[in-house]
Design a protein around this ligand. Structure first.
Ligand code: SAH
Ligand code: SF4
Length: 368
């Protein structure tokens, strides 16, 4: 049995500033109340109306009857030996998503999911083998980040920049540009200067290449862009990243050339998963360099993370380093991403799979 939340009060988390003003107007409250509430919710991280002491007692009591400030429930939380932390969050309808925190010396990125599952079926990605369940709401997207903050006790939002949760990467489960409206609302909330106040430079959105939405994302959000490229020829990319049949490499790279970051010294990241004997030859590396000519780019070489049933293997270390060398020699930064949190299966792109399996096993055990 899946547990569902029976609390039907309206969640304030996930409403934009305008929506919050509207919600309070319905209760007969003036717009400045929205500003105060916003500060409590997104700067202080407060979830209990009773603690919001700048608001009148009556107003607090009235709000608590009809509204709530919620968080996704934590189903499990695991911390890897390298410090990577992974949460499995249970949403109000019982569905689950995973979120990962990847700590670094003086900062840390939270890898956030945008959908439960994914409608696309990239052949090397485990999320793609799961049936798509649904889009996440703005509140569920922001909620992942806020719950991660709870876990580190990092409230109020540090004014001098956060050490643990300084960046967001939209690289968890799902294709964020297929849930554009909700992702855009969530990121607008996160960027609001009176609350969490993350700058757009600290946010990266990763996409498999939904060309029309890339343009919108650039114009409306201006966050950093990462492209899951993975292949330099259309025939191969059609196979690995099937959305390529709709928006092939040339169109995708044109959209990248038009992306606003590429004109103000910020680079676009190209993700390239290293698949043995599939996309990892010297010729592939040279072609990659040729394709990216004129785009301010950084190339992330990602060692393939195998999962049970995957048809691919990861390229050898030597191969990956030779590939990196060619790309580097052409003047592109091409870090090889060291896999983090392997012991807790925290690699982006294979989120949820392990817990899903574990649950299926326990369900079977219960019905046996
Ligand atoms: N849907 C978006 C964002 C989520 S996937 C996208 O595709 O960009 C985040 C990244 O993880 C993508 O670059 C994806 O290609 C990569 N990835 C997926 N499965 C992987 C695996 N098994 N090993 C390594 N990287 C993987
Ligand atoms: Fe979806 Fe991204 Fe995985 Fe492709 S790589 S199936 S777009 S999550």
């Amino acid at each position: 049995m899946m547990s569902t939340d029976t609390d039907e009060r309206i969640d304030l988390v996930g409403l934009t500033r305008e929506e919050l003003v509207g919600e309070l107007a319905r209760l007969g409250e003036k717009p400045f109340r929205a500003k105060q509430l916003w500060h409590w919710i997104y700067h202080q991280g407060e979830t209990d109306f009773a603690e919001m002491t700048t608001l009148s007692k009556d107003f607090r009591a009235k709000l608590a009857e009809t509204h709530k400030v919620s968080r996704p429930g934590v189903a499990t939380e695991q911390t890897s030996i390298d410090g990577t932390r992974k949460w499995l969050f249970r949403l109000a309808d019982g569905k689950e998503v995973e979120t990962v925190h990847i700590p670094e010396e003086d900062r840390g990125a939270v890898c956030v999911s945008s959908q439960v599952g994914c409608t696309l079926a990239c052949k090397f990605c485990h999320t793609g083998t799961q049936p798509m369940v649904r889009n996440l709401t703005p509140g569920e997207i922001v909620g992942q980040f806020m719950a991660a903050r709870d876990s580190y006790g990092e409230w109020p939002s540090p004014s001098d920049g956060s050490r643990n949760l300084s960046n967001i990467v939209m690289m968890g489960m799902g294709e964020p540009l297929f849930n554009y409206e909700n992702v855009a609302k969530a990121l607008t909330i996160v960027m609001d200067g009176d609350g969490i106040a993350l700058s757009k430079r600290r946010i990266t959105l990763s996409t498999s290449g939904i060309v029309p939405e890339i343009e919108r994302c650039g114009a409306e959000l201006g966050v950093n862009l990462a492209i899951s490229l993975h292949a330099v020829r259309d025939d191969l990319r059609d196979e690995l990243v099937p959305i390529n049949k709709k928006w092939p490499i040339a169109e995708l790279l044109d959209a990248c050339r038009r992306y606003p970051t590429s004109s103000n010294a910020r680079r676009i990241t190209f993700e390239y998963v290293m698949l043995k004997d599939v996309n990892d030859s010297d010729a592939d590396a040279h072609e990659l360099v040729r394709l990216l000519k004129g785009i301010p780019a950084k190339i992330n070489l990602i060692p393939f993370n195998p999962w049970p049933g995957a048809v691919y293997e990861c390229s050898s270390n030597n191969r990956i380093h030779r590939f990196a060398e060619i790309v580097n020699d052409a003047g592109y930064s091409s870090p090889v991403r060291t896999p983090r949190g392997r012991d807790i299966m925290a690699a982006c792109g294979q989120l949820k799979s392990a817990s899903e399996r574990a649950r299926k096993f326990s369900e079977r055990a219960q019905t046996a």
